[in-house]
Design a protein around this ligand. Sequence first.
Ligand SMILES: Cc1ncc(COP(=O)(O)O)c(C=O)c1O
Length: 387
Amino acid sequence: MFADRTRWNLAPNRLSEALAKHRAAGKPIIDLTASNPTECGFEYDREAILKALCNPAALVYEPNPKGLGVARQAVASYYAGHGAQVSAEDMVLTTSTSEAYSFVFRTLCNPGDEILVPTPSYPLFSFLAEIQDVKLVSYPLIYDHGWQIDFHSLEQAITPRTRGTIVVHPNNPTGNFCKPGEMARLNEVCAAREMALIADEVFLDFSLAGERQASFAANTAALTFTMNGLSKICGLPQMKAAWLVVSGPKPIKKEALARLEVIADTYLSMNAPVQLAIPTFLEMRHRFQKQLMARVRGNLAELDRQLARQQSCTRLEVEGGWYTVLRVPAMRSDEDLAVDLLVRRDVYVHPGHFYDFPSNGYLVVSLITGELEFKDGMGRVLSNLWP
Ligand SMILES: Cc1ncc(COP(=O)(O)O)c(C=O)c1O
């Protein structure tokens, strides 16, 4: 009865099984995978958020495939703050960056066409691609005094069916930004082969160095789709608002926008109250980002203090984002280690293979976990690394 594309192996893995059992038994859990900002103890201006959702203009239905002008203008101002000139006409609002991915895949790919994707990276990509009948082909990031794109492998991975490449800026979970030299090389590769650049910038504003990082949103050398949304930059994933900016050589950009507009018009998935609140939500992001970066920096400093007291574990360099990668003894699989940490020490971490790390010996932890929990949890992890 069902389509091949939905023939997933839905059996829980050993870690999710152990987690369900742990929870069912009512045991405590220190969650070092926390990624939901609304549950991490940050202060939000509750009244202002709720008031922004009560705009009387929401009583009128104004179907606009690209999204309401007032919201798109606010997004354009966000990019102006990043030094990128973006027109409100060159974007489409979506309910999430995940939806933005599906619009882009639909615009670019016939069934079976290929999109390049960095490894290690965010595990949802494989589902987003499969649902759209797109084949993901990995290109590796290599770690050598920080992470960088392995361009030789990226170019080797290109076939006549490759329609574009994803770049996550900064990447989840490795936390590396795409450097100016890498941006230039990606442009060369894509422009020469009529491939699109798909830039996921959901963590763009979270740079540990504190400096503003360049966005792909005004990139013109190749057709570029840049995505971001309220989920991360405002810490409001529940508002379901994101966007897709199109840039590139003029004729191809125009064609891409016209096609995207038809897809967006077919769904008209944005709701009015949230669109009208986007300008207010974006204004509020600074307060959220300040708290979040203080948390990330505090946890990273605590981690470094604990790492300095032992020799079994190190952390990889991180430039931005909400996560860090631990290099741990590869005496057993990452999954065995994660299950053991949960069962014996009540700590939940992600094994590296969730993110397609090429070998065992990696754990991923969130840096937005509350400070006390993080300190306690990391202490337990570091004292439990050997079998
Ligand atoms: C790299 C990356 N892209 C996209 C998303 C999803 O964002 P959204 O909530 O807008 O779909 C996430 C969420 O964690 C992410 O890590």
